[in-house]
Design a protein around this ligand. Structure first.
Ligand SMILES: Nc1nc2c(ncn2[C@@H]2O[C@H](COP(=O)(O)OP(=O)(O)OP(=O)(O)O)[C@@H](O)[C@H]2O)c(=O)[nH]1
Ligand SMILES: [Mg+2]
Length: 430
């Protein structure tokens, strides 16, 4: 096989994990196992170590030998490393492994999951570019200087890859502003913009199904975007089930809204890795209300860790926090999770919910609705046909309560400030 292939191979895998000697925990391979499975590997063994990172071989030399032995004993196809390897560490470890063993770090593993799951050409292109960017320094390291110089003149794998990355990036740049434009169109149409974000497997997609109506924005027509997937958004107990953002229509407090489901975040993976992370981050920072979905059924330390990773990745100071999966919590266990949120979000409050059974979802809706940009106006309108068409316009863009009083119609309108301003200009007069 070529180790520069976009798709990783899958097969039997030995896992390697390490924490610093002064860490409070033992190395834990649970998350790496789940990533491995999502990428098509079957974990058959592991080697763990508590010590600082070795600059040459990531694990200490002795443990690197153990890793080699373990790979040989288990007849492994691959070694998966729970961290990022520098090009040098990659080359050194690969040298030590039995010939033909694939070496994959956490970063590369996530790229592999995205490569396998990229449904459309654009997504496939961006994963290819990210993989090439990742592979290039490793390819350079593996190619001798002299050979490299000679080959530069005639074309080489390195040069070909560099050219390909340039071409792909030019194409992707042209598409980058589209999502931002669509957000502006939706705002102009009066829609509230809500984005669900959080660590992978937190329950974002399940919560989207609870909050939004069934249809994607595209199916619903109107201010449709063009890359909103019209198909169902899958939920599963795997990591990275959602690989691109999708947007669905719904309403909040009688106001029209769109809910965007985003790609899960993960510790130790740079979130400029693939464009779908970029789209995720901009969907969240460009939303009116970012909702941080947290798996509250994790142990408290994991909850803290995942919230911290999510806040670091997302450029939002003050999201609405949904403490999800409370149906799976022991009674009394919620308080410690709330404390984590209060601590990391400067007094912020988590809303306990169960996306699975619907508990707390109405309270979450109210918390989100309260954060939408809002203005209100009261109209006294003539009871006439032009008032009916005005009211139809208004009802598409906000919440409106109407009372008929003989020759007059009273309307209470709540919507985005710009929409309320426009309504004032459109309201029929006597
Ligand atoms: N017990 C319980 N399980 C839940 C709840 N919400 C989601 N889950 C489960 O958690 C798993 C992940 O749910 P998803 O909705 O796919 O999570 P996600 O955040 O979209 O995950 P990615 O797209 O992979 O990042 C699934 O097995 C869900 O059934 C909940 O409220 N309670
Ligand atoms: Mg999802």
């Amino acid at each position: 096989m070529s180790r520069h292939a976009i798709r990783i191979e899958g097969g039997r895998a030995v896992l390697a994990a390490r924490v610093a000697r002064d860490a409070h925990t033992e190395p834990d391979t649970t998350e790496l196992e789940r990533l491995a499975e999502a990428a098509g590997y079957d974990p058959v063994g592991s080697v763990t170590q508590r010590r600082r990172e070795d600059p040459g071989t990531w694990l200490g030399r002795g443990k690197a030998e153990t890793l080699t032995e373990r790979a040989a004993e288990t007849d492994a196809d691959a070694v998966l490393v729970d961290g990022g390897l520098t090009p040098g560490q990659y080359a050194n470890l690969l040298d030590r492994l039995p010939a033909g063993t694939e070496l994959v770090d956490r970063y590369r593993l996530v790229l592999g999951i995205f490569a396998a799951g990229s449904a459309d050409r654009r997504a496939a292109l961006q994963v290819e570019a990210a993989t090439l960017r990742y592979e290039l320094p490793r390819l350079r390291q593996a190619t001798e200087e002299s050979l490299l110089n000679e080959a530069t003149e005639k074309g080489s794998p390195v040069l070909d890859a560099e050219r390909r990355v340039d071409r792909i990036e030019t194409k992707l740049a042209a598409l980058a502003d589209e999502a931002a434009e669509r957000r502006e169109e939706r705002r102009a149409a009066g829609l509230g913009l809500v984005a669900l974000a959080g660590y992978t497997n937190a329950g974002k997609t399940t919560l989207l199904h609870r909050l939004a109506d069934g249809m994607s924005v595209e199916e619903a027509g109107g201010t449709a975007g063009h890359d909103d997937a019209p198909d169902s958004t899958p939920v599963a107990d795997d990591l990275f089930v959602t690989l691109e953002t999708t947007t669905r229509r719904g309403s909040l407090g009688g106001r029209p809204a769109v809910f965007t489901d985003t790609v899960g975040l993960l510790d130790g993976v740079p979130h400029d890795l693939v464009e779908s992370f970029g789209t995720t981050l901009s969907a969240v920072s460009g939303a009116d209300v970012p909702v941080l979905v947290v798996d509250a059924s994790d142990p408290v330390d994991r909850v803290r860790e995942k919230v911290r990773v999510s806040l670091d990745a997302l450029d939002v100071a003050d999201p609405v926090v949904a403490l999800n999966k409370v149906d799976a919590l022991e009674p009394g266990a919620l308080d410690a999770r709330r404390d984590v949120v209060a601590d990391l979000l400067d007094g912020g409050e988590g809303v306990p919910v169960s996306a699975r059974d619907g508990t707390g979802v109405d309270r979450l809706r109210r918390a989100v609705a309260a954060r939408l940009p809002t203005d209100r106006a009261t109209f006294r309108l003539p009871n006439a046909p032009e008032t009916e068409s005005f009211l139809a316009w208004v009802r598409e863009r906000g919440a409106c309560e109407v009372t008929y009083e003989g020759e007059w119609v009273a309307a209470e309108f709540v919507a985005r400030p710009a929409v309320v301003a426009e309504a004032r200009g459109r309201a029929p007069t006597e």
